[in-house]
Design a protein around this ligand. Structure first.
Ligand SMILES: [Zn+2]
Length: 159
């Protein structure tokens, strides 16, 4: 599992995020049984079905290339738990849509558009201070959240 994820990160190409994203999803499916031990089941079931064309890729200000090369080294001696957490994190960083709206709470990061695992509720959320907004009201952060699809992003951005 380590060698495989290290190789995957080494092959990261910022000009072909879709391809990299698909490989991450395939990796999750392949090691489904391991991921199940560390990732919420509802999240995992949806994430496994993610298709690259359903998401806006690479809209955040994360330095994905830098992260990938850092992780390629980190994952050499990582535990199964660390690998699972790391891959889910990378999927989040690639596929979560970032708005140009500054977080009203910390004012240090831009709000992202995220979704409930049943994909019925759309939220705005801050990765930095973790506030979550639903229909313009602050709510308690749900335990599980996944990146919003293009369709969901378009709905909330039109409001
Ligand atoms: Zn914030």
């Amino acid at each position: 599992m380590n060698d495989e994820i290290v190789q995957l990160y080494k092959e990261f190409d910022k000009n072909d995020l879709s391809f990299f994203f698909e490989k991450l999803i395939k990796f999750i499916s392949k090691y489904d049984k391991v991921f199940r031990n560390y990732v919420f089941e509802n999240s995992l079931n949806v994430v496994k079905k993610f298709k690259e064309y359903e998401f806006y890729m690479g809209t955040t200000d994360d330095n994905l290339e830098g992260l990938a090369s850092f992780y390629a080294k980190e994952m050499v001696g990582a535990s199964e738990k660390e690998i699972c957490g790391n891959v889910i994190h990378m999927v989040w960083d690639i596929a979560t849509f970032m708005t140009e709206e500054l977080c009203p709470s910390c004012q240090d990061s831009y709000l992202k558009i995220v979704s409930s695992t049943d994909q019925k509720t759309i939220y705005k959320s801050c990765d930095n201070c973790l506030i979550t907004i639903k229909n313009d009201e602050f709510i308690e952060r749900p335990e599980e959240m996944i990146p919003a699809t293009k369709k969901q992003v378009n709905i909330i951005m039109e409001k």
